[in-house]
Write a protein that binds this ligand. Structure first.
Ligand code: ACO
Length: 367
């Protein structure tokens, strides 16, 4: 029997989805049919979260109710704060977040009821930023700042991290990144969430596993790796030689390439435009010269285009977030896509259990 193996499941269509469509031919991405560029230009993150979860954009009343519910749920339970406070100070914020999701599940008496999933997803949407901000301040020896229910999702996160809210353009740039990060079909972390859900495990378990999948530098961890890499290169003039050495050493260049898009990531132009506006506002010409120099060198050397993590890394840096906060921000957004996929998986479930082709020793016996 001949077996065709698709390493990394590349090119395999595992199921249908009505949540988003990634089209590498037209370089487009739609959420529930809407081009992501239009959503980034004309919607708040809360509107996009509602769209992903309910299939339609909210009307004014629905949006009011949704944002009021999100704002009312932002405070972390005391026990969660205590558990997070006991984690080693040097641990990565993604470990903190993974623990937070798991702990919130253990605290939720409705954890095993799929009917309670919409409320659990809303809890996570509202509370994960509080956990990220609390941990960010703890790493800097600062006391937590409670959430402000008068503020929208994006502005409240700045408030909880820094005690102040930057210029509206900066908040908007952040919100655009959240919208672009929210959903991307069967990426590794979303597929992880669907695999866990397919066993009829609970939403918190699926999200805990998804956080673990997103942490890796080949997925969400790349936005942090981009900033470390730009810091390592330092000078635009050094970019071509640095890249040649890195490629000769078989290094993967972080923030470049994509499993699905082979001619550029549909989200990059929107995020890059937002980054350029932000860089102008912050007078960060040097950083943008380096950013452009590395992208040009990569295009010349390998013909590989940046993915969304390439512009978000420098954008979060210019917004004042420290590097370990970058991937947790991705989680704050992607929880919307994960929860939508968990619901979709449950609605027409089939256990996800692929086959493998055995390559170990032939059958043998103890004696
Ligand atoms: N740096 C160097 N070479 C690369 C890169 C890269 N970033 N991406 C692809 N290539 C090369 C591969 O080495 C391979 O070359 P070869 O044919 O000479 O062996 C060729 O391009 C084809 O690449 P694949 O490995 O087939 O691409 P794959 O689909 O498996 O990988 C991935 C996609 C994992 C994203 C890869 O591009 C990568 O490692 N990128 C860096 C990490 C990153 O930025 N991840 C973020 C993904 S997007 C997101 O999560 C928002």
């Amino acid at each position: 029997m001949t077996t065709t193996i698709s390493k990394g499941l590349a090119g395999v269509v595992a199921d249908t989805t009505a949540i988003s469509m990634v089209n590498p031919e037209t370089n487009s991405l739609t959420y529930r049919g809407y081009p992501v560029q239009e959503l980034a230009a004309g919607c708040t993150f809360e509107q996009v979260a509602y769209l992903l979860w309910h299939g339609e954009l909210p009307d004014a009343g629905q949006l009011r109710a949704f944002t009021a519910a999100e704002r009312a749920r932002r405070t972390l339970p005391r026990t969660t704060q205590e558990v997070l406070g006991r984690l080693p100070e040097g641990c990565h914020p993604m470990d903190v977040l993974r623990t937070a999701v798991s702990q919130l599940g253990a605290e939720d008496p409705t954890e095993d009821s799929a009917d309670a999933n919409p409320g659990a997803a809303l809890d996570l949407l509202a509370r994960l930023p509080t956990a990220v901000a609390l941990d960010q301040r703890r790493r800097h020896g600062l006391p937590p700042i409670p959430p402000d229910p008068a503020l929208g999702f994006a502005a409240n996160f700045f408030h909880m991290c820094f005690g102040e809210i930057p210029e509206p353009e900066v908040v908007r740039c952040f919100e655009i990144s959240l919208i672009l990060y929210a959903e991307h079909s069967f990426n590794a972390s979303t597929f992880t969430a669907r695999v866990v859900t397919s066993t009829l495990s609970d939403l918190y378990s699926a999200v805990t596993a998804a956080v673990g999948a997103l942490k890796g530098p080949l997925h969400g961890g790349a936005n942090e790796a981009v900033m470390h890499m730009l810091a390592e290169i330092g000078d635009p003039a050094a970019a071509p030689a640095w890249l040649a050495r890195a490629l000769a050493g078989k290094r993967k260049i972080m923030g470049f390439g994509h499993r699905v898009y082979k001619r550029g990531d549909s989200r990059v132009p929107t995020m890059e435009a937002a980054l350029r506006d932000l860089a102008r506002l912050r007078g960060a010409d040097d950083l943008m010269e380096l950013y452009d120099a590395l992208a040009a060198a990569m295009a010349k050397a390998k013909g590989i285009a940046p993915n969304l993590d390439y512009p978000t890394g420098p954008a979060y840096h210019l917004m004042g977030f420290d590097i370990p906060t970058f991937t947790p921000i991705f989680v704050m957004s992607r929880i919307t896509g994960w929860a939508a996929h968990i619901a979709e998986q449950l609605a027409a479930n089939s256990l996800i259990r692929p086959l493998s082709s055995y390559t170990g020793p032939a059958e043998r016996h103890l004696r």
